[in-house]
Design a protein around this ligand. Structure first.
Ligand code: ADP
Ligand code: VHF
Length: 368
């Protein structure tokens, strides 16, 4: 069996563990998780906590019949977040730090880099980063939407070697165990495909978001970056003892043998496209494109508004998503150049700026 040999781990704690009876934060399960964090740190393992539960923790402060509105949920998150942080902080005799993020922060390369640096600095100084989505400021466009995916983005940003998702079930089953008595726990998943997603149902608790689907998405994101991912039962004390003994008490997803590089991973799994360029055929059909380098004379259409440095999608004329890339041109300039590709201006422009996307800033999406 595998030893507990990690150097840097991200622990994701679901809402049901924070506020199990929706009457504010409870220490019932958090105490065991806090002890686990203390034990990991005592072994020299760096820990980052992604804690859900602000909405569930804050719900008792607001009338039940109004809790479904988005505005009310944001208010619950704002109030619950302080309650939750106070609870976590009380367990530790080392300092902790709150980081609240949106997808808007993570998909912006500069802000992403700044988040990475802050996390590394906190870890270097022995401070426990506690991360949640900044629910109060999110909009549909800005949010990650669930902390499973957020925790995988955090694990990749932090160069963690393991992601442990603590939930209210023992792991991934072949069907929802809360609805099917004969569901079977799957201890190890070596690769994630449609058949794995087909097993995942929604959350059945009143406070969970995303159920198993978002946990599998998180596992896919994390394992593609070389991060071993677990889904575990945070209600059971034995989970933590078995983990420290090097055992697998839930479901383990094995990491890719050839993980993506950090920048390519970020572009594939964290950044989302601001616009797209349409080219003919597949990415390797043109000699220019062998290395993923695309020039304007290959562009059939430009969609959306983007600026230099934004992430764009490269799509084939048959609709296939070929690659994500960093734009070297704004959409406006690119449309002009593509429409006037024979002009002297277009040629001069490309000679000085270079290709539309360059080989070092492209993440291929096509399966080879
Ligand atoms: N195949 C499955 N295996 C395990 N749990 C599943 C499965 N499909 C759906 N679920 C549901 O997912 C829930 C866990 O997700 P969720 O409620 O979002 O937890 P959390 O708040 O910890 O993120 C389980 O309680 C279960 O009802
Ligand atoms: N950001 C939200 C958590 C959203 C979420 O994904 O919840 P969960 O499914 O319990 O991990 C909160 O703090 O309430």
């Amino acid at each position: 069996m595998q030893k507990f040999k990690w150097q840097r781990i991200v622990l994701k704690v679901g809402s049901a563990l924070i506020a199990p009876d929706q009457d504010g934060c409870r220490s019932r399960y958090l105490l065991t998780i806090a002890q686990f964090i203390v034990r990991c740190r005592a072994q020299g393992i760096e820990v980052i906590l992604v804690s859900s539960g602000s909405v569930a923790a804050g719900s008792h402060l607001f009338p039940e019949q109004e809790q479904r509105s988005v505005t009310m949920k944001k208010a619950m998150a704002a109030a619950g977040q302080t309650e939750m942080m106070a609870m976590w902080d009380r367990f530790f005799d080392f300092p902790s730090a709150q980081i609240l993020l949106t997808h808007g922060d993570l998909r912006d390369r500069e802000r992403y880099t700044s988040i990475r640096e802050t996390v590394f600095t906190l870890l270097e100084h022995g401070v426990l980063p506690i991360i949640n989505e900044n629910d109060t400021v999110t909009t549909d466009d800005l949010k990650v939407g669930d902390n499973d995916n957020l925790s995988a983005m955090v694990a990749a940003a932090a160069d963690a070697d393991a992601l442990m998702i603590f939930s209210d079930v023992d792991g991934l089953y072949d069907k929802n165990p809360n609805l099917h008595e004969d569901a079977v726990l799957l201890p190890e998943i070596e690769s994630i495909d449609e058949s794995i997603y087909a097993m995942a149902g929604c959350a059945t608790s009143a406070v969970g978001t995303g159920g198993m689907k978002t946990k599998i998405e998180a596992a896919e994101k994390a394992t593609s970056h070389g991060i071993t991912t677990y889904i575990l039962n945070g209600f059971k004390e034995e989970t933590f003892n078995r983990l420290l003994a090097g055992d697998n008490p839930g479901t383990i997803f094995t990491p890719y043998e050839k993980p993506m590089q950090e920048a390519v991973h970020w572009m594939t799994h964290t950044a989302n496209e601001q616009g797209e360029v349409v080219v003919e055929g597949s990415i390797n059909e043109s000699s220019n494109r062998e290395n993923g380098c695309i020039r304007s004379d290959e562009i059939l259409a430009v969609h959306g508004e983007f600026g230099v440095g934004d992430t764009i999608l490269v799509r084939s004329d048959d609709g296939t998503r070929l690659a994500k890339a960093t734009a070297n041109y704004s959409s406006c300039l690119l449309s002009f150049i593509a429409d006037n590709e024979q002009s002297e201006f277009s040629e001069k422009m490309q000679d000085s700026i270079g290709p539309v996307v360059s080989e070092k800033d492209i993440a291929l999406l096509e399966k080879s």
